[in-house]
Ligand binder design. Sequence first.
Ligand code: 8YV
Length: 327
Amino acid sequence: MVHKKPVVVITRKLPESIEARMMELFDARLNANDIPLSQDGLCGAFQQADVVVPTVTDNIDRSIIEAAGPQLKLIASFGTGIDHIDIEAAKHKGIIVTNTPGVLTEDTADMTMALILASARRIIEGAIMIREGRWKGWSPTLLLGRRLGGKRLGIIGMGRIGQAVAQRARGFGLSIHYHNRQRVHPEIESELEATYWESLDQMLARMDIVSVNCPHTPATYHLLSARRLNLLQPHALLINTARGEIIDETAMVKLLSEGRIASAGLDVYEHEPEINAELLTLSKPVLLPHVASATLEGRIAMGERVLVNVKSFIDGHTPPDLVVEAP
Ligand code: 8YV
């Protein structure tokens, strides 16, 4: 008997080795030119595929899920965050959802440190000055930044990534403070010498650097509201490698342009890939294009997790990275 291979639609271009394996195992439909699918394109994919492998750039909303064909049983997302998928609609439709947790923790934490260093030490301003031929020579007061050692880092979200940031930050002499839905295990707290703040407001008012490392959920949307951002000290740095929606971006840009916080290091934005026009006029904030987890090793590891999730499901096993279980 000839078994038809399952149709797996992969919405964006993935590393070659991952795409090659996808082609071996499945009837994989690739996106060679890497142009994100329109909502109509996504709808079409959900009507023909047995499995869809989306990324953060796909808005898998209720209408797409409801229009899915009866053969579509798994959304195996390439990424950790799942805020681009209407999870309730998937549950309701009986579609399983998986993600790729764990494999991008270290890369994201590295980039968080890079943004802390770049914004505290004004690295990008210096690099641009050189390239634009504006450097006239050494000066004792040129591009003065702030020392990291002895400062307080407040981490919002002490999960895997928050803890990996804390480990690194300790090496730079930062003291670790955190706010989380739940206090972490006392062993982790003592290993990181971390101080728990039940009140986010109180923590914000006392930190030199604040790093956002929690997922975007309805509960964390605009967690850093205009009111809370106003609690930050004028010398504070705000770092975000999580999701733009967690910060009220308009309020943040206002504080930055009025000099009411010192700078920001941002990898994510509220309306990606659109960037607030006023933010672009400011020279101090360090702005990156959502690349905190962008290493070749990380992307391959994410692809491997997707392969394992899809293959386990096709073979009748429970995929390891379940976000929404089988009905
Ligand atoms: C990924 C991310 O690059 O996994 C996540 O949640 O934010 C990114 O680091 C992206 O989501 C891939 O889909």
